[in-house]
Design a protein around this ligand. Structure first.
Ligand SMILES: NC(=O)c1ccc[n+]([C@@H]2O[C@H](COP(=O)([O-])OP(=O)(O)OC[C@H]3O[C@@H](n4cnc5c(N)ncnc54)[C@H](OP(=O)(O)O)[C@@H]3O)[C@@H](O)[C@H]2O)c1
Length: 305
Protein backbone atom coordinates (compact mmCIF):
# COMPACT_ATOMS: atom_id res chain seq x y z
CA UNK A 1 0.00 0.00 0.00
CA UNK A 2 1.17 3.57 -0.65
CA UNK A 3 2.01 5.81 2.28
CA UNK A 4 -0.85 8.18 1.42
CA UNK A 5 -3.13 5.16 1.31
CA UNK A 6 -2.33 4.54 4.95
CA UNK A 7 -2.92 8.15 5.97
CA UNK A 8 -5.87 9.39 3.91
CA UNK A 9 -9.32 8.87 5.44
CA UNK A 10 -11.87 6.69 3.68
CA UNK A 11 -14.86 8.31 1.95
CA UNK A 12 -18.62 7.79 2.42
CA UNK A 13 -18.52 4.50 0.47
CA UNK A 14 -16.28 3.01 3.16
CA UNK A 15 -13.43 2.84 0.65
CA UNK A 16 -10.79 5.39 -0.24
CA UNK A 17 -7.37 6.23 -1.63
CA UNK A 18 -5.68 3.17 -0.16
CA UNK A 19 -8.35 0.62 -1.11
CA UNK A 20 -7.13 -2.04 -3.53
CA UNK A 21 -9.03 -3.75 -6.33
CA UNK A 22 -8.97 -6.98 -4.33
CA UNK A 23 -10.45 -5.32 -1.24
CA UNK A 24 -13.18 -3.53 -3.15
CA UNK A 25 -14.34 -6.74 -4.84
CA UNK A 26 -14.26 -8.85 -1.68
CA UNK A 27 -17.52 -10.79 -1.38
CA UNK A 28 -18.64 -9.88 -4.90
CA UNK A 29 -19.29 -13.11 -6.78
CA UNK A 30 -18.64 -12.67 -10.47
CA UNK A 31 -19.02 -16.27 -11.63
CA UNK A 32 -21.14 -16.37 -14.78
CA UNK A 33 -20.51 -12.69 -15.51
CA UNK A 34 -18.74 -11.38 -18.60
CA UNK A 35 -16.49 -8.31 -18.65
CA UNK A 36 -14.64 -6.59 -21.47
CA UNK A 37 -11.48 -4.70 -20.48
CA UNK A 38 -9.48 -2.67 -23.00
CA UNK A 39 -5.75 -2.11 -22.54
CA UNK A 40 -5.47 -5.26 -20.48
CA UNK A 41 -1.82 -5.93 -21.27
CA UNK A 42 -0.26 -3.61 -18.69
CA UNK A 43 -0.80 -1.32 -15.71
CA UNK A 44 -4.30 -0.81 -14.37
CA UNK A 45 -5.92 -2.92 -17.08
CA UNK A 46 -3.86 -6.00 -16.27
CA UNK A 47 -4.60 -5.68 -12.55
CA UNK A 48 -8.30 -5.17 -13.29
CA UNK A 49 -8.39 -8.34 -15.39
CA UNK A 50 -6.53 -10.27 -12.69
CA UNK A 51 -8.93 -9.28 -9.93
CA UNK A 52 -12.13 -9.70 -11.95
CA UNK A 53 -10.97 -13.19 -12.97
CA UNK A 54 -10.02 -13.97 -9.36
CA UNK A 55 -13.65 -13.21 -8.39
CA UNK A 56 -14.88 -15.69 -10.99
CA UNK A 57 -15.66 -13.50 -14.02
CA UNK A 58 -14.90 -14.43 -17.59
CA UNK A 59 -12.85 -11.51 -18.90
CA UNK A 60 -12.49 -10.56 -22.53
CA UNK A 61 -9.12 -8.86 -22.36
CA UNK A 62 -7.95 -6.73 -25.26
CA UNK A 63 -4.46 -5.79 -26.41
CA UNK A 64 -3.05 -4.04 -29.44
CA UNK A 65 -2.34 -7.48 -30.91
CA UNK A 66 -3.64 -10.96 -30.17
CA UNK A 67 -0.08 -11.96 -29.19
CA UNK A 68 0.12 -9.19 -26.60
CA UNK A 69 -3.30 -10.11 -25.20
CA UNK A 70 -2.29 -13.80 -25.07
CA UNK A 71 0.95 -12.94 -23.28
CA UNK A 72 -1.05 -11.01 -20.69
CA UNK A 73 -3.35 -14.01 -20.22
CA UNK A 74 -0.32 -16.15 -19.39
CA UNK A 75 0.43 -13.84 -16.44
CA UNK A 76 -3.03 -14.08 -14.89
CA UNK A 77 -4.97 -17.15 -13.76
CA UNK A 78 -8.68 -17.51 -14.52
CA UNK A 79 -11.00 -17.51 -17.50
CA UNK A 80 -9.52 -14.90 -19.78
CA UNK A 81 -10.26 -14.57 -23.46
CA UNK A 82 -7.55 -12.59 -25.30
CA UNK A 83 -8.74 -10.33 -28.10
CA UNK A 84 -7.03 -7.97 -30.48
CA UNK A 85 -8.25 -4.40 -30.37
CA UNK A 86 -5.81 -1.79 -31.72
CA UNK A 87 -7.59 1.46 -30.95
CA UNK A 88 -5.64 3.33 -33.60
CA UNK A 89 -7.17 1.10 -36.26
CA UNK A 90 -10.98 1.19 -36.67
CA UNK A 91 -10.85 -2.10 -38.61
CA UNK A 92 -9.28 -3.78 -35.58
CA UNK A 93 -11.93 -2.26 -33.26
CA UNK A 94 -14.69 -3.44 -35.57
CA UNK A 95 -13.14 -6.92 -35.81
CA UNK A 96 -13.11 -7.09 -32.00
CA UNK A 97 -16.81 -6.15 -31.92
CA UNK A 98 -17.54 -8.73 -34.63
CA UNK A 99 -15.78 -11.54 -32.73
CA UNK A 100 -17.78 -10.79 -29.57
CA UNK A 101 -21.00 -10.72 -31.59
CA UNK A 102 -20.08 -13.97 -33.33
CA UNK A 103 -19.62 -15.66 -29.96
CA UNK A 104 -23.03 -14.34 -28.85
CA UNK A 105 -21.50 -12.79 -25.75
CA UNK A 106 -23.77 -10.56 -23.64
CA UNK A 107 -21.59 -8.33 -21.51
CA UNK A 108 -22.12 -7.39 -17.86
CA UNK A 109 -19.65 -4.55 -18.15
CA UNK A 110 -17.23 -2.78 -20.44
CA UNK A 111 -14.23 -1.14 -18.81
CA UNK A 112 -12.73 1.27 -21.34
CA UNK A 113 -9.31 1.43 -19.75
CA UNK A 114 -6.73 1.70 -22.54
CA UNK A 115 -5.12 5.05 -23.00
CA UNK A 116 -2.11 7.12 -23.96
CA UNK A 117 -0.94 10.32 -22.28
CA UNK A 118 0.66 13.64 -23.16
CA UNK A 119 2.55 12.58 -26.28
CA UNK A 120 5.49 15.05 -26.53
CA UNK A 121 4.99 15.65 -30.26
CA UNK A 122 1.78 15.90 -32.25
CA UNK A 123 0.74 12.55 -33.68
CA UNK A 124 -2.40 11.92 -35.66
CA UNK A 125 -4.65 9.08 -36.79
CA UNK A 126 -7.04 9.66 -39.66
CA UNK A 127 -6.30 13.39 -39.36
CA UNK A 128 -7.23 13.56 -35.64
CA UNK A 129 -4.88 14.22 -32.74
CA UNK A 130 -3.86 10.76 -31.52
CA UNK A 131 -4.95 11.01 -27.86
CA UNK A 132 -8.39 12.27 -28.87
CA UNK A 133 -8.59 9.45 -31.42
CA UNK A 134 -7.27 6.64 -29.20
CA UNK A 135 -8.74 7.58 -25.84
CA UNK A 136 -12.11 8.87 -27.05
CA UNK A 137 -13.04 8.16 -30.69
CA UNK A 138 -11.93 4.52 -30.71
CA UNK A 139 -13.71 3.79 -27.43
CA UNK A 140 -16.79 5.63 -28.72
CA UNK A 141 -16.76 3.29 -31.72
CA UNK A 142 -16.20 0.18 -29.62
CA UNK A 143 -18.83 0.95 -26.99
CA UNK A 144 -21.58 2.25 -29.26
CA UNK A 145 -21.16 -0.82 -31.50
CA UNK A 146 -21.47 -3.04 -28.43
CA UNK A 147 -24.54 -1.37 -26.87
CA UNK A 148 -26.72 -4.08 -28.42
CA UNK A 149 -24.54 -6.75 -26.77
CA UNK A 150 -24.98 -5.48 -23.21
CA UNK A 151 -27.00 -7.33 -20.60
CA UNK A 152 -30.10 -5.55 -19.27
CA UNK A 153 -28.28 -4.23 -16.20
CA UNK A 154 -24.83 -3.80 -17.75
CA UNK A 155 -22.34 -1.12 -16.75
CA UNK A 156 -20.08 0.98 -18.92
CA UNK A 157 -17.04 2.29 -17.07
CA UNK A 158 -14.72 4.72 -18.83
CA UNK A 159 -11.29 5.78 -17.59
CA UNK A 160 -11.16 9.54 -17.50
CA UNK A 161 -8.65 11.42 -15.33
CA UNK A 162 -8.36 14.42 -13.04
CA UNK A 163 -6.39 15.75 -16.01
CA UNK A 164 -9.75 16.38 -17.74
CA UNK A 165 -9.46 19.73 -15.94
CA UNK A 166 -6.52 20.57 -18.25
CA UNK A 167 -8.74 20.57 -21.34
CA UNK A 168 -8.96 23.79 -23.37
CA UNK A 169 -11.21 26.57 -21.97
CA UNK A 170 -13.89 25.72 -24.54
CA UNK A 171 -13.77 22.09 -23.38
CA UNK A 172 -13.55 20.39 -26.75
CA UNK A 173 -11.86 22.47 -29.43
CA UNK A 174 -13.91 21.28 -32.38
CA UNK A 175 -11.96 23.60 -34.69
CA UNK A 176 -8.66 21.91 -33.83
CA UNK A 177 -9.38 18.20 -33.41
CA UNK A 178 -6.41 17.55 -35.71
CA UNK A 179 -4.03 19.43 -33.39
CA UNK A 180 -2.59 21.11 -36.48
CA UNK A 181 -3.62 24.60 -35.31
CA UNK A 182 -1.65 24.28 -32.07
CA UNK A 183 -0.60 21.36 -29.91
CA UNK A 184 0.06 21.19 -26.19
CA UNK A 185 0.64 17.63 -24.87
CA UNK A 186 -1.19 18.02 -21.55
CA UNK A 187 -4.02 20.08 -22.97
CA UNK A 188 -4.57 17.47 -25.66
CA UNK A 189 -4.54 14.69 -23.04
CA UNK A 190 -6.92 16.78 -20.91
CA UNK A 191 -9.25 17.24 -23.87
CA UNK A 192 -9.30 13.51 -24.56
CA UNK A 193 -10.09 12.75 -20.90
CA UNK A 194 -12.81 15.42 -20.84
CA UNK A 195 -14.20 13.74 -23.96
CA UNK A 196 -14.27 10.43 -22.03
CA UNK A 197 -16.25 12.13 -19.28
CA UNK A 198 -18.67 13.95 -21.61
CA UNK A 199 -19.23 10.67 -23.45
CA UNK A 200 -20.26 9.02 -20.18
CA UNK A 201 -22.63 11.90 -19.34
CA UNK A 202 -24.36 11.66 -22.71
CA UNK A 203 -24.44 7.86 -22.67
CA UNK A 204 -25.97 7.87 -19.18
CA UNK A 205 -28.66 10.22 -20.49
CA UNK A 206 -29.34 7.94 -23.44
CA UNK A 207 -29.53 4.89 -21.14
CA UNK A 208 -32.11 6.52 -18.86
CA UNK A 209 -35.17 4.32 -18.48
CA UNK A 210 -33.05 1.17 -18.65
CA UNK A 211 -31.11 -0.58 -15.89
CA UNK A 212 -27.84 0.06 -17.71
CA UNK A 213 -25.39 2.59 -16.32
CA UNK A 214 -22.40 4.60 -17.52
CA UNK A 215 -19.82 6.17 -15.23
CA UNK A 216 -16.35 7.71 -15.46
CA UNK A 217 -13.33 7.12 -13.25
CA UNK A 218 -10.18 8.91 -12.19
CA UNK A 219 -7.94 6.08 -10.92
CA UNK A 220 -5.43 8.28 -9.05
CA UNK A 221 -1.82 8.93 -9.97
CA UNK A 222 0.05 5.68 -10.45
CA UNK A 223 3.45 4.84 -11.89
CA UNK A 224 2.60 2.77 -14.96
CA UNK A 225 3.70 2.60 -18.57
CA UNK A 226 1.55 5.68 -19.24
CA UNK A 227 4.53 7.99 -18.71
CA UNK A 228 6.71 6.07 -21.15
CA UNK A 229 7.20 9.14 -23.37
CA UNK A 230 8.06 11.52 -20.51
CA UNK A 231 11.61 11.14 -19.21
CA UNK A 232 11.40 13.96 -16.62
CA UNK A 233 8.07 12.76 -15.21
CA UNK A 234 9.36 9.18 -15.01
CA UNK A 235 12.38 10.38 -13.05
CA UNK A 236 10.13 12.38 -10.69
CA UNK A 237 7.92 9.30 -10.26
CA UNK A 238 10.93 7.21 -9.16
CA UNK A 239 11.46 9.62 -6.28
CA UNK A 240 7.78 10.21 -5.52
CA UNK A 241 6.73 6.59 -5.64
CA UNK A 242 5.62 5.16 -3.26
CA UNK A 243 5.52 8.31 -1.13
CA UNK A 244 2.73 10.07 -2.94
CA UNK A 245 1.67 7.76 -5.74
CA UNK A 246 -0.87 4.97 -5.61
CA UNK A 247 0.25 1.41 -6.15
CA UNK A 248 -1.23 -0.39 -9.17
CA UNK A 249 -3.63 -2.46 -6.98
CA UNK A 250 -4.88 0.83 -5.46
CA UNK A 251 -5.09 2.42 -8.91
CA UNK A 252 -7.27 -0.37 -10.27
CA UNK A 253 -9.69 -0.19 -7.33
CA UNK A 254 -12.03 2.57 -8.50
CA UNK A 255 -12.82 0.99 -11.87
CA UNK A 256 -13.40 -2.40 -10.20
CA UNK A 257 -15.59 -0.68 -7.59
CA UNK A 258 -17.76 1.05 -10.19
CA UNK A 259 -17.96 -2.03 -12.42
CA UNK A 260 -18.94 -4.54 -9.75
CA UNK A 261 -20.32 -3.26 -6.42
CA UNK A 262 -24.02 -4.13 -6.09
CA UNK A 263 -24.82 -0.86 -4.27
CA UNK A 264 -23.97 1.09 -7.45
CA UNK A 265 -26.52 -0.72 -9.63
CA UNK A 266 -28.55 2.44 -10.26
CA UNK A 267 -25.80 5.05 -10.11
CA UNK A 268 -25.17 6.55 -13.55
CA UNK A 269 -23.58 9.60 -15.14
CA UNK A 270 -21.17 10.11 -12.25
CA UNK A 271 -17.42 10.71 -11.95
CA UNK A 272 -15.59 8.62 -9.35
CA UNK A 273 -12.19 8.94 -7.67
CA UNK A 274 -10.79 6.94 -4.76
CA UNK A 275 -13.90 4.69 -4.88
CA UNK A 276 -16.27 7.58 -4.17
CA UNK A 277 -18.31 10.03 -6.24
CA UNK A 278 -16.09 13.06 -6.90
CA UNK A 279 -16.36 16.59 -8.27
CA UNK A 280 -15.55 17.03 -11.93
CA UNK A 281 -14.97 20.31 -13.76
CA UNK A 282 -17.84 22.72 -14.43
CA UNK A 283 -17.58 22.20 -18.18
CA UNK A 284 -17.94 18.42 -17.78
CA UNK A 285 -21.57 19.14 -16.76
CA UNK A 286 -22.31 21.03 -19.98
CA UNK A 287 -25.06 18.86 -21.48
CA UNK A 288 -25.10 20.70 -24.80
CA UNK A 289 -21.35 20.14 -25.18
CA UNK A 290 -21.77 16.43 -24.40
CA UNK A 291 -24.50 16.12 -27.06
CA UNK A 292 -22.40 18.01 -29.59
CA UNK A 293 -19.41 15.75 -28.91
CA UNK A 294 -21.58 12.64 -29.33
CA UNK A 295 -22.90 13.90 -32.68
CA UNK A 296 -19.43 14.88 -33.87
CA UNK A 297 -18.03 11.50 -32.77
CA UNK A 298 -20.79 9.73 -34.68
CA UNK A 299 -19.92 11.78 -37.75
CA UNK A 300 -16.21 10.98 -37.37
CA UNK A 301 -16.67 7.23 -36.99
CA UNK A 302 -18.99 7.35 -40.00
CA UNK A 303 -16.08 8.63 -42.09
CA UNK A 304 -13.64 5.96 -40.94
CA UNK A 305 -14.86 3.29 -43.35
N1 LIG B 1 -1.53 5.92 -14.37
C1 LIG B 1 -2.10 7.06 -14.00
O1 LIG B 1 -1.56 7.81 -13.15
C2 LIG B 1 -3.44 7.48 -14.57
C3 LIG B 1 -4.03 8.64 -14.09
C4 LIG B 1 -5.26 9.03 -14.61
C5 LIG B 1 -5.86 8.27 -15.59
N2 LIG B 1 -5.25 7.15 -16.06
C6 LIG B 1 -5.91 6.37 -17.12
O2 LIG B 1 -5.89 5.01 -16.79
C7 LIG B 1 -5.91 4.20 -17.97
C8 LIG B 1 -4.93 3.07 -17.87
O3 LIG B 1 -3.63 3.61 -17.86
P1 LIG B 1 -2.35 2.93 -17.19
O4 LIG B 1 -1.84 3.89 -16.19
O5 LIG B 1 -2.66 1.53 -16.78
O6 LIG B 1 -1.36 2.98 -18.45
P2 LIG B 1 -0.46 1.83 -19.15
O7 LIG B 1 0.27 1.02 -18.14
O8 LIG B 1 0.33 2.57 -20.18
O9 LIG B 1 -1.54 0.90 -19.84
C9 LIG B 1 -2.29 1.38 -20.93
C10 LIG B 1 -2.87 0.23 -21.70
O10 LIG B 1 -3.54 0.77 -22.85
C11 LIG B 1 -3.02 0.10 -24.00
N3 LIG B 1 -3.06 0.95 -25.20
C12 LIG B 1 -2.44 2.12 -25.41
N4 LIG B 1 -2.68 2.55 -26.66
C13 LIG B 1 -3.44 1.61 -27.25
C14 LIG B 1 -3.98 1.44 -28.56
N5 LIG B 1 -3.78 2.33 -29.54
N6 LIG B 1 -4.73 0.35 -28.81
C15 LIG B 1 -4.93 -0.58 -27.86
N7 LIG B 1 -4.44 -0.52 -26.61
C16 LIG B 1 -3.69 0.58 -26.32
C17 LIG B 1 -1.59 -0.25 -23.65
O11 LIG B 1 -1.07 -1.23 -24.51
P3 LIG B 1 0.50 -1.16 -24.94
O12 LIG B 1 1.25 -1.41 -23.66
O13 LIG B 1 0.63 -2.24 -25.94
O14 LIG B 1 0.74 0.21 -25.48
C18 LIG B 1 -1.79 -0.74 -22.22
O15 LIG B 1 -2.29 -2.06 -22.20
C19 LIG B 1 -5.68 5.18 -19.14
O16 LIG B 1 -6.89 5.44 -19.80
C20 LIG B 1 -5.18 6.44 -18.45
O17 LIG B 1 -5.50 7.62 -19.18
C21 LIG B 1 -4.06 6.72 -15.55
Amino acid sequence: MSILGLIKPKGPSGYGYGTTAEVVTEGVALKGRDFLVTGSTAGLGLETVRVLAQRGARVFATGRTKQKAMAARERVPGVIVPLECELGDPASVRACVASLKAEGVKLDAIIANAGIMALPELKQAYGYELQFFTNHIAHFLLITELLSELKEDARVVVLSSAAHKRAPKVGIDFDNLSGARGYNPWQAYGQSKLANLLFVKELAKRLQGSAKTANAVHPGVIKTGLTRDMKALRAAFVVASPLVLKSIPEGAATQCYVATRPELASVSGEYFADCNVAESSAISHDAALATRLWEESERIVGTLG
